[in-house]
Design a protein. Structure first.
Length: 136
């Protein structure tokens, strides 16, 4: 009973974390399916513009949330996907170490697309999609 009350208290007191997928302002709006295709390198161009998806490092909590909620893939399945793609000559998205570097890159590079914590995003990039992680 005490455990259940503690979990209830924690779920009420911890806010859900919000994230967003962002792109360079030159890109048009995209559906969630198109965004998935960009990050899986199935969609590489839009209106003549080369798309450049950018990931955070593999142990980053934002990336883990992105893979779960947006790509809807577990780490093992995603790793297997990229091993197969490697043999077809396809490379995974660029990887950067911090949300700030991802956001600067996205702002400056036409066709760039990334994800970050919503509170860290300003109006220098376009928000394409938002999602949230519940605290528990």
């Amino acid at each position: 009973m005490q455990k259940a009350l503690l979990l209830l208290f924690l779920s009420l007191s911890l806010p859900a974390q919000e994230y967003a997928i962002v792109c360079n302002k030159i890109l048009d709006e995209m559906s969630l399916m198109q965004i998935r295709a960009v990050f899986l390198k199935k969609l590489t161009h839009s209106k003549g513009l080369h798309l450049v998806p950018v990931n955070l490092s593999s142990n980053d909590v934002v990336r883990k949330s992105f893979e779960e909620h947006v790509l809807k893939m577990q780490k093992r399945a995603l790793k297997s996907y990229w091993v197969k793609q490697h043999y077809l000559g396809n490379r995974p998205p660029l990887v950067m170490k911090s949300e700030s570097s991802v956001l600067v890159f996205t702002k400056k590079v036409q066709g760039a697309m990334a994800y970050a914590t919503l509170q860290d995003i300003d109006d220098s990039v376009k928000v394409l999609y938002k999602w949230r992680d519940d605290a528990l």
